[in-house]
Ligand binder design. Sequence first.
Ligand SMILES: C[S@@+](CC[C@H](N)C(=O)[O-])C[C@H]1O[C@@H](n2cnc3c(N)ncnc32)[C@H](O)[C@@H]1O
Length: 212
Amino acid sequence: MTEETKRDLASRRGVETSVYQPAEDSQLLATAVERAGRGRFLEVGTGSGWVAAQATDVDAVTSVVATDVNPHACRTARERALSGGGPGEASGPAFDVVRADLLSPFVDGAFDTVAFNPPYLPTDPDNEWDDWMERALSGGESGRELIEPFLDTVGRALADDGVALLLVSSLTGYDEVLDYAASCGFDHDVVVEESYPFETLSVLALTDAADG
Ligand SMILES: C[S@@+](CC[C@H](N)C(=O)[O-])C[C@H]1O[C@@H](n2cnc3c(N)ncnc32)[C@H](O)[C@@H]1O
């Protein structure tokens, strides 16, 4: 992918500043959360916090935590969580925000649902951006450099019968992601899928294959 194409995608995805703004992929993940989210919910890589805020309106979801590695994203999400709280300061934020690398701070079995819209654009190492936009968009040379560690570790943070909702782009290598998920012990269903001029986006529901 050329630098110019990446800039086009970045602008189409609303990454004008240091925080990823809600775009069609965010909307698709929120639709999947509405259909398949439940119980204690974590959004990894929340960006502006928009998907996490949508999750607070899902009846089957009982609590919401959002993380991001980007401190600017955490601040923006926290502001959204505070503005989405009930009337009066005593009601507190609508969801909690934690600055974290993937799932590292959380104990085993902490969540019933974990959702992730990862940085996934395959990026030539010579064209990597050294900024927060890169961290929001680039999945490294393969496009899967964040997806694979997520798949390696998400099972630990999921409760029994938990589900991971992972957004996958055709640009990233759909079959490669499915193969990697299977090697980590997951079965998959497609919760929602949409095609766009550049790519097809799918949200997979990943569950422990041993339960199937
Ligand atoms: C494609 S954006 C998605 C933002 C938001 N979830 C949405 O759908 O609008 C990916 C997000 O993952 C965050 N991120 C990148 N690497 C991360 C990591 N190691 N741990 C947590 N978040 C990370 C980025 O900062 C960015 O906010």
